[in-house]
Design a protein around this ligand. Structure first.
Ligand code: ATP
Length: 310
């Protein structure tokens, strides 16, 4: 069953201008996006900076006002902020890119992790401390961490603290917005693997937001590529990586560095070919405003933004 079902989501921000500071236009940060995520799966949203990925995630947790569309969580309508009950707010948590800026530097780990518990559950001091110890163990940090401050940890450890806080209330869905982008490449894989372990252990569903297709390939069952607020392509990991259809998707894939030096020549050739196709056939893939067309089904799992035939 789909745990999250988003249909026709639009988030438009007004652009103010003139001496009366009137609305003179809109930034269509998210413009008609639909998708659903199955329980226990990881769904990836990919795109370059400004494509609308974060705004989509923020709209789902209620951090942005929605211009149009509908969001169902476990079949219940949570579109408006008011319709999100206290339980639903517990069930959907967010992990951010930079754990350092999202963790209060003046608070000890104990208080950082306990904060959501204090907001939602009435625990005694002892029960609370016990829960914090359990959470630290779950994310692989030692018990002494409880008394430390965020600056006493490495980037990867800080992201573990961020995860401990996000899972404190036993959520069902986690929206992870660029969770490893601020980390060294060597630490990224550790954090990603650990997120997968936690997912299995707690039966979590992830909405995984990233500009990095390599990271998304490692993590996601289904993937959507966004460009200027719209979907360009959506499919299973195999659809996207084995059979990309949209020129924009192909460009992103061609740009992934290949670590195997033996493939370098082949990759260079592929990149050149995609570049040529991009320059020669841009108009086949984008409308007069340079935006992606509506999605067409090309298989039961694969949708691509192409002009309608006929
Ligand atoms: N509060 C806001 N007011 C006005 N415009 C906004 C606001 N938030 C986001 N935008 C604009 O909406 C567009 C989409 O932004 P968004 O942050 O969702 O993109 P993104 O794909 O997540 O990029 P990044 O990875 O850089 O965060 C951008 O043009 C951005 O400038």
């Amino acid at each position: 069953m789909a745990i999250l079902d988003v249909s026709g989501l639009k988030v438009h921000f007004p652009i103010k201008g003139g001496i009366f500071n009137r609305t003179i236009g809109h930034i269509k940060a998210v413009d008609d996006v639909s998708f659903s995520i199955e329980q226990g799966k990881t769904y990836g949203l990919v795109g370059e900076s400004g494509s609308g990925k974060s705004t989509t995630g923020r709209a789902i947790v209620g951090l942005e006002n929605i211009t149009a569309g509908k969001i169902l969580f476990e079949g219940e309508d949570i579109t408006s902020r008011e319709s999100k009950t206290k339980d639903m707010r517990k069930d959907i948590q967010m992990i951010f890119q930079d754990p350092y800026s999202s963790l209060n530097p003046r608070k000890r780990v104990r208080d950082i992790i306990a904060e959501p518990l204090r907001n939602y559950e009435k625990l005694t001091k002892n029960e609370e401390k016990q829960r914090v110890y359990e959470l630290l163990e779950l994310v692989g940090l030692n018990p002494e961490s409880i008394w430390k401050f965020p600056h006493q940890f490495s980037g990867g450890q800080r992201q573990r603290i961020g995860v401990a806080r996000a899972i404190a209330l036993k959520p069902k869905l986690i929206i992870a917005d660029e969770p490893v982008s601020a980390l060294d490449v060597s630490v990224q894989a550790q954090v990603l693997n650990f997120m997968q372990d936690i997912q299995k252990e707690l039966d979590l569903t992830y909405l995984f937001i990233s500009h990095d297709l390599g990271v998304v390939e490692h993590m996601c069952d289904e993937i959507a590529i966004m460009y200027r607020g719209r979907y360009v392509e959506q499919g299973t990991r195999e659809d996207i990586f084995e059979n990309p259809q949209h020129i924009y998707t192909k460009r992103l894939i061609a740009a992934i560095p290949d670590i195997n030096p033996r493939n370098r020549d082949a990759q260079y050739a592929f990149r050149q070919e995609v570049k040529r196709e991009y320059e020669n056939s841009f108009d086949d893939y984008f409308d007069a405003e340079g935006l992606a067309y509506n999605l067409q089904n090309i298989s039961a799992t694969h949708r691509v933004a192409l002009p309608e035939r006929g």
